[in-house]
Design a protein around this ligand. Sequence first.
Ligand SMILES: Cc1cc2nc3c(=O)[nH]c(=O)nc-3n(C[C@H](O)[C@H](O)[C@H](O)COP(=O)(O)OP(=O)(O)OC[C@H]3O[C@@H](n4cnc5c(N)ncnc54)[C@H](O)[C@@H]3O)c2cc1C
Length: 178
Amino acid sequence: MNLSNKKVIICGGGLAGCFLAILLKKSFPKTIIKVWEREEKEEESGLGYTIQPPVKHKLESLDLARSTQLFHKDLIYWDKIHIEAKGVTSSFDFIPTFGVTRSNLLAYLRNFAEELGALFQYNRSITPEKIENLRQSCDLLIAAEGVYSPIRQYYKEELQTQQTCGKTFYIFAIKMLP
Ligand SMILES: Cc1cc2nc3c(=O)[nH]c(=O)nc-3n(C[C@H](O)[C@H](O)[C@H](O)COP(=O)(O)OP(=O)(O)OC[C@H]3O[C@@H](n4cnc5c(N)ncnc54)[C@H](O)[C@@H]3O)c2cc1C
């Protein structure tokens, strides 16, 4: 699909929305890209992410200097894990992994996309009443507003989307060693 000179609206300026805005702007610099984001630009949300080599390499291939800055900002790296339980410590080698806070990762992606020319509109929440007008006002409307996407819900017959909820047991406990 050739998107040159077209107008694209991305709903949701999270990880997927920002990353897509960057990739689109790199491939089609003349495309008008607007990103509608519910939060304020600097709003602190979420915890952090573990980033492994394939994702790190992808970020570096987009802009080496910028991604190096990102990883130096947080500077958490590990390639070994020690689990302490009942007085016994077990040690394992682990895939080389970087830790980055969600706020730093988002700031990095949003600034990058904005510098490439994507237009962010913060504090704009997509509601079902706005969807049809938004769709009419652009050539391509992209739903990137996360797991509870109102757009995927709105077009669920057309898109045949399905959502399954389940329980996930999630433990995240890290102690930094010197
Ligand atoms: C506890 C936890 C830990 C995780 N750890 C990792 C990890 O270490 N590594 C990893 O790769 N992944 C991790 N993930 C998964 C990762 O968070 C998701 O895959 C990723 O955030 C999905 O990106 P997204 O852009 O689709 O959604 P999000 O990042 O959730 O972004 C959605 C955006 O849309 C905005 N939005 C929502 N509704 C609206 C609306 N109505 N109108 C306008 N904007 C709206 C939100 O404000 C948000 O900015 C983790 C997830 C959880 C819950």
